[in-house]
Write a protein that binds this ligand. Sequence first.
Ligand code: ADP
Ligand code: MG
Length: 248
Amino acid sequence: MSSSTDFVLAIEDLTVSFDGFKAIDSLNLYVDKNELRVIIGPNGAGKTTLLDMICGRTRETAGSIKFKNEEMTVLPEYARVRKGIGRKFQTPSIYENLSVFQNLEVSYPKGRSVFGALVFKCDDEVKDKVNSVAQEIGLAETLNTEAGLLSHGQKQWLEIGMLLMQEPELLMLDEPIAGMSVRERELTAELLKRISNNRSVIVIEHDMEFVKKIAHKVTVMHQGKILAEGSMDKVQSDPTVIEVYLGH
Ligand code: ADP
Ligand code: MG
């Protein structure tokens, strides 16, 4: 019998094998409500594959993924999005020829009535949501700018904003600061901290200065397994972590 927990995300014995190679190998991971977890580890450790499995893009060979105590492995990707799992991919998928406002607007979830017809929210409700999300991602002054004209960092924030429009309870980001300027990295750290005030966030990142700034807890992955987990200080001084990852 499976028990109920307070974790937003509870992953147990998760395994995926690609032609006999276990990219994720009997992995257990538990994430709290409003936690900002950072996953680090060498290339090929299985970090991206893990996010792919949580969002339903890659199917497990075995194991369980519970989101708010509900089994996700039986659900397709779009159903997991509706349940509140948001995922940002490495290349932003914004509409370059639409304005920032329009990009956010089109991301507003359209509800369905009990009869299956699409139900649109009133204009003011959408506008209020767009404005509050634009504020949160630091793009309130650029609402009318064409998205294609934004800086690299601003494009990344816009995509985070598009995910926030759907009010996910778990937001996952894969190397969000790659290619960003120093200032953009600082602002992204602040943004992620703000975001995790009322939702759980999982971030994959390599930049240890950045990880130090944002992480509540750090999980170190290696060969599809968890090598170490805990505070930044604990993980950084772990000899096996230094050997397989930080030492290089
Ligand atoms: P990381 O994000 O930690 O760098 P990945 O999750 O991208 O690592 O990859 C983990 C391992 O799984 C790598 O050895 C990669 O080649 C392999 N892998 C990932 N996806 C597939 C796939 N669809 N088919 C075969 N091998 C894969
Ligand atoms: Mg990766």
